[in-house]
Design a protein around this ligand. Structure first.
Ligand SMILES: [Zn+2]
Length: 383
């Protein structure tokens, strides 16, 4: 028969492993660190296939593992905002005029217009933008309210400023620096706690009932918890001053489930870049070549959208809104990497037989096909 300590350790291990599983928001770009300490980016899956998303993180304590970055803003023009609705595989773009729109509200990581329906025949709220973080939803819903309340002539400036802020690397750069400095305090404690957990398990596995060794080690591990919680509190208050409720909740969790203390720097990292677009985060977190590749990919996706539809069916307003975000990204790329056209260059031929390529996904074709088989509606180009 196994004794109680054995079960306690097994439960702690189970809690720890369950904390390595993370369900990030579907629409967020995610920055992950590998065991070899290289950062990489995971872009959101296609909305047509993904209702949820699951990330399994490495069980070893490392500095910050999954960072969230914001998706592109919705198409915005001085007259209103465009939103997609309908089943995931067949989304249709609708326009919501600021003049007739119900007030905008943030509900967790999304922005809706209109109140929650109280009776069956009342219309339900329209979801206009799904963000990566609740903080960004809050900020953008107040931007929408400001646009709605302002004169039409002042709206363009508000939109331009919001886009520039979303793409700015100033804030993510300084937060990233501060985070890395702050987490240096948590790093040794995380490893000490992780080492204790592994040592306890190994001892119980090998010797079964080594009370004399298990108890001092457990007391050592437990004594690190208040220190970790205190450092967590200080750092959390530095980065997320407004989120006092969230802070209290996490503090209680640290005491109730001590293995969470090992991954405390992860909890602090998640929303570090709330309000920053994935391009800006990539520029700060990834190395030069990787962030350049990611920018090139984003530019190609913006320049060659899926199912663009006939040009004459697009209204002038929609074209304005599409161009507004595109030119903000173009301008940002120019500032960070020089001429954006250089990022849109054709790929090197993989074999001399390749005669066409897809300008969006860079797949190469030996047949004279018209459209890419992976990117619906994107016309192939000749080499
Ligand atoms: Zn393609």
């Amino acid at each position: 028969m196994m004794n109680d300590e054995y079960w306690v350790i097994l439960v702690l291990l189970a809690i720890y492993l369950s904390e390595c599983i993370y369900f990030p928001p579907v629409q967020a770009s995610l920055f992950q660190i590998s065991t070899w300490r290289n950062w990489s980016v995971l872009v959101p899956p296609s909305p047509a296939t993904a209702w949820y998303r699951l990330v399994v993180e490495s069980p070893f304590p490392q500095l910050g593992v999954a960072l969230l970055a914001e998706p592109a803003p919705p198409l915005l023009s001085p007259s209103g905002v465009y939103y997609s609705a309908g089943p995931p595989a067949a989304q249709v773009l609708h326009h919501l005029n600021f003049a007739d729109a119900e007030p905008f509200r943030a509900i967790e990581a999304s922005i809706v217009s209109g109140a929650i329906a109280t009776s069956a025949n009342a219309s339900s709220p329209i979801s206009v933008y799904r963000t990566a973080t609740a903080q960004h939803a809050e900020d953008f819903s107040s931007l929408f309210a400001r646009i709605q309340a302002s004169d039409v002539s002042k709206r363009e400036a508000l939109i331009t400023n919001a886009f520039r802020k979303l793409l700015s690397t100033r804030r993510p750069t300084s937060r990233w620096k501060a985070y890395r400095k702050a987490c240096a305090f948590l790093f040794p404690v995380s490893w000490a706690l992780f080492g204790s957990l592994v040592a306890l398990l190994a001892m119980l596995w090998t010797f079964r009932f080594p009370f004399l060794i298990v108890w001092p080690l457990s007391i050592f591990a437990v004594s690190l918890i208040p220190h970790t919680a205190y450092v967590f509190y200080r750092i959390h208050r530095m980065f997320y001053k407004q989120n006092a409720t969230e802070r209290r909740k996490q503090m209680i969790l640290l005491f109730l489930t001590p293995p969470a203390c090992i991954r405390v720097s992860y909890l602090l990292a998640r929303e570090l870049f709330a309000g920053s677009h994935s391009l800006a985060v990539a520029r700060v977190v990834l190395d030069e070549a990787a962030s350049r590749d990611f920018t090139a990919r984003t530019l190609r996706e913006l320049t060659y959208p899926l199912n663009p539809g006939p040009a004459n069916s697009q209204s002038e307003d929609l074209a304005w809104a599409t161009n507004k975000w595109k030119s903000a990204v173009w301008e940002w790329t120019e500032q960070e990497f020089g001429n954006p056209r250089r990022l849109l260059k054709p790929p090197k031929r993989t074999t001399p037989d390749c005669i066409r390529y897809c300008p969006r996904c860079l797949a190469q074709y030996v047949l004279a096909k018209e459209a890419c088989s992976d990117c619906s509606g994107v016309a192939l180009q000749r080499f």
